[in-house]
Design a protein around this ligand. Structure first.
Ligand code: ATP
Length: 226
């Protein structure tokens, strides 16, 4: 166990970016399990203002952010990070990581969480090849295997060049490694939740009750009122 000074010298910070339209237990459980297995000091939830890879969310960034705040409120190591909401233009992850690196310093271990579905498109992200110089990446298997495209040759080579099976490597350096972690598979998606709500069905047990209460009181997604 590193001593306190070492821990301060190298904070180990998980990062979960997303549209969170809306936030659900798939996001929260992934963050919880990765925080435990990688012994993270904190996990930052970073809602995207203008997600470059999705059609513009029907629900405003403000509402999506409020739902994230409600969802993480009871966990002291989960932190809300509004840096993408404060920027204009597309919410590029490379800009977010550069700004986190500037804030947290060269020594911090930054660990970007990604569902396996998101990784199949990673090489289409803006300046994607710079990202691994700014953080580590941990891939969490998402139970949508049938829909997931096989990895392109470019991403296969990228994985080969950066992969480690030893999670300690991510704690002992600030950036540069990719690893995979098994998590409890929860087949929950924001898309499916939006469809439930639109058809006046309940989203209970898919997401925190406080988030459901927020959706109802603000009449989001065509949900039934409170
Ligand atoms: P949508 O259905 O609208 O595309 P989503 O449920 O995939 O949304 P996002 O906010 O886009 O949610 O996801 C942010 C990150 O969380 C992505 O890396 C995604 O792969 C991951 N993620 C989302 N849901 C799960 C889940 N159930 N299990 C593991 N990872 C997940």
């Amino acid at each position: 166990m590193p001593n306190v000074m070492e821990r301060i010298a190298r904070p180990i910070v998980g990062l979960l970016g997303g549209t969170f339209n809306p936030m659900h237990f798939g996001h929260l459980r992934m963050a919880q399990e990765l925080a435990e297995s990688l012994q993270l000091d904190e996990v930052r939830f970073i809602p995207s203002a203008n997600p470059p890879h999705k059609t513009a969310p029907t629900v405003s960034a403000l509402h999506r952010a409020e739902m994230v705040k409600l969802g993480i409120a009871s966990n002291p190591i989960f932190k809300f990070d509004d840096r993408e909401l404060r920027r204009t233009g597309p919410s590029y992850m490379v800009d977010t990581l550069q700004s986190l690196r500037d804030e947290l310093g060269a020594q911090a271990s930054l660990i970007l969480f990604m569902g396996s579905d998101a990784f199949t498109e990673f090489n289409t992200w803006h300046r994607w090849e710079e990202i691994i110089g700014l953080c580590h990446i941990v891939l969490a298997q998402r139970p949508l295997a049938a829909k997931i495209e096989p990895l392109s040759r470019t991403l296969d080579t990228f994985l080969h060049n950066h992969y480690t099976e030893n999670a300690e490597d991510l704690r002992e350096s600030s950036a540069g490694y990719v690893t995979m972690q098994a998590i409890t598979p929860l087949d929950i998606s924001s898309t499916a939740i939006r469809q439930h709500l639109q058809s006046k069905k309940s989203a209970r047990y898919l997401m925190p009750d406080d988030v459901i209460g927020y959706i109802q009181s603000h009449h989001l997604y065509g949900a039934k009122g409170a």
